[in-house]
Ligand binder design. Structure first.
Ligand code: AHR
Length: 518
């Protein structure tokens, strides 16, 4: 029997023996004041594998339908989830990228070796103009990461000038010659990437000085004020954050932070229940790490002026068999969908400090939204989570309290249910829930403070197998479905969350202001 069939039977068995446990959620609508910045739903795309080339860029002469060289199917799919901001060109690639090689006639652009990712030749056919055209088509904010590791202050400063200035200068003249009359006005600029690692292996003290130096010369032009993002740390290292905040916080508006949930190196769909548990367990640790990173930032910046920008996050599995190990091409299963729902709930719940997050890496790399092969494209389970969660974009965050049984795996355990909630501009409350337990449904009672529900609708993402995923041949295996296993009862709502599921409820009702019912 094939191992995939065995795994499917095993997972179906887990569901067949499913029990129902009880969870409680309280959503507090008494004083909504912090907004969930829509940029928490941002993306990251690097010159890595087939993210840029093949994923977005096919060139104007391609038989794949495209607009100005950028494939139409990918753009249409990403528009549906309202991608708010896109980080580019890396990643590690950013610190070896020389932007001037990526402007002007494509046939004249020099090539380079992409030493970080597969050692392939990068012909620079996708550069600044192409990236900003992509952002125009997506209707999203660009976020450009500059080269601090192997670039110069002058190069960085001229990039900002080329993109943002409307004065007369050699940079703006070059831009006009290359077909763009007016400045684009890019707001978000990164001062290097992982400067403690692939971006130069620096000490925080040394990088703090460079962040000040590079930041100083990233000028504001006219009405275009730059939002500078310093390179931050990974995981549970707090000293980098401490030094940056102490030494240089006046010189940037955001400090970045990276975190990946690595699995055991096997391809994304090859795992058992231990593998399911491990990835979710690693995912959930970001909650504690963010709390502690924020506490360090609070020490120096109690008014929370500096944003924490989680500009790389996601699951990281082994590559698909037969693909280039340097291309980080991975499938995406229900496990990734549940992991992304946990992450997004956590980011929502830290929205007072976390004002942008960028999942790695949109197309064909790591925890992607879409996979492509030639002219084919398939949407991943993670894409559908982003689709359901878009109701939180720019909504007012509502604090929640969760009581849920543990999901126990051997000697380890995790809280089975997590959630976040928000109030949108039309007065609707959205509650997004993840049930991490693959063996047990959750009988959920959800109550509200200062909000009386009247009616609700819901959507659910689940499957009969933990490793369920979409392929080019079977693209609809994991997709949102209407969720009707709930009732509005009295002042609350009762629902049954299926095992291993993501549920988003939309609740209409009456908001009670502090003065009384509205
Ligand atoms: O997303 C892949 C890589 O992970 C990025 O290039 C780097 O910043 C991180 O280590």
């Amino acid at each position: 029997m094939k191992s995939s069939v065995l795994l499917a039977l095993l997972f179906a068995g887990i569901q067949a023996g499913a029990q129902t446990k009880e969870s409680r959620v309280v959503v507090d609508a008494s004083d909504p004041k912090t907004r969930i910045n829509r940029n928490i739903y941002g993306h990251f795309s690097e010159h890595l594998g087939h993210c840029i080339y093949g994923g977005y860029w096919v060139g104007e002469d391609s038989p794949i339908p495209n607009t100005n060289g950028i494939r139409n199917d990918v753009v249409a799919a990403l528009k549906r989830i309202k991608v708010p901001v896109l980080r580019w060109p890396g990643g590690c690639f950013a610190d070896e990228y020389h932007w001037m090689d990526g402007i002007g006639p494509r046939s004249k652009r020099p090539s380079m070796i992409n030493t970080h990712w597969g050692g392939v030749t990068e012909d620079n056919s996708f550069g600044t103009h192409e990236f900003l055209e992509l952002c125009r088509q997506l209707d999203c904010e660009p976020y450009i990461c500059g080269n601090v590791g192997s670039g110069t202050v002058q190069e960085f400063s001229q990039w900002v000038e080329y993109v943002n200035s409307d004065n007369i200068s050699p940079m703006t003249e070059a831009r006009k010659k290359n077909g763009r009359e007016k400045s684009w006005g890019v707001k978000y600029w990164g001062i290097g990437n992982e400067s403690w690692g692939c971006g130069g292996n620096m000490r925080p003290e040394y990088y703090a000085d460079l962040a000040k130096q590079f930041g100083t010369y990233a000028r504001n032009f006219g009405e275009h004020k730059v939002f500078k993002i310093a390179s931050g740390k990974y995981g549970d290292d707090y000293n980098w954050t401490e030094v940056l905040m102490r030494e240089a916080r006046q010189h940037f508006s955001g400090l970045s932070y990276h975190y990946y949930a690595f699995s055991d190196g096997k391809p994304a769909a090859e795992f058992d229940e231990q593998g399911w548990f491990n990835v979710l367990n690693t995912t959930m640790k970001i909650d504690e790490y963010l709390t502690k990173q924020c506490a360090v930032m609070d020490k120096y910046d109690p008014e929370k002026k500096v944003a924490l920008i989680v500009d790389e996050w996601g699951t990281w599995h082994g590559v698909e068999p037969g693909t280039n190990p340097g291309f980080l091409y991975q499938q995406n299963t229900l496990r990734d969908a549940v992991a992304s729902a946990c992450n997004l709930n956590i980011f929502n719940n830290h929205c007072d400090r976390v004002r942008m997050a960028n999942i790695a890496q949109t197309v064909n790399v790591l925890q992607a939204m879409a996979l492509t092969e030639g002219e084919k494209m398939v949407l991943t389970p993670t894409y559908h989570v982003f689709d359901l969660f878009k109701v939180h974009h720019d909504a007012l965050w509502l604090p929640t309290k969760v009581e849920s049984p543990d999901y126990v795996q051997g000697k380890d355990k995790l809280q089975a249910v997590n959630c976040s909630a928000s109030l949108d501009s039309t007065g609707r409350v959205h509650v997004s829930l993840a049930n991490l337990d693959p063996g047990n449904a959750q009988k959920l009672s959800c109550s509200f403070v200062k909000f009386s529900p009247v009616r609700a609708t819901g959507q659910v993402i689940t499957a009969t197998a933990m490793n369920a995923h979409n392929t080019f041949d079977r693209p609809h295996v994991v997709e949102p479905k209407t969720f009707s296993d709930f009732k509005v009862r009295g002042e609350g709502l009762e629902a049954s969350l299926p095992p291993m599921s993501v549920v988003v409820l939309e609740v209409e009702g009456k908001l009670e202001s502090k003065e009384g019912k509205k």
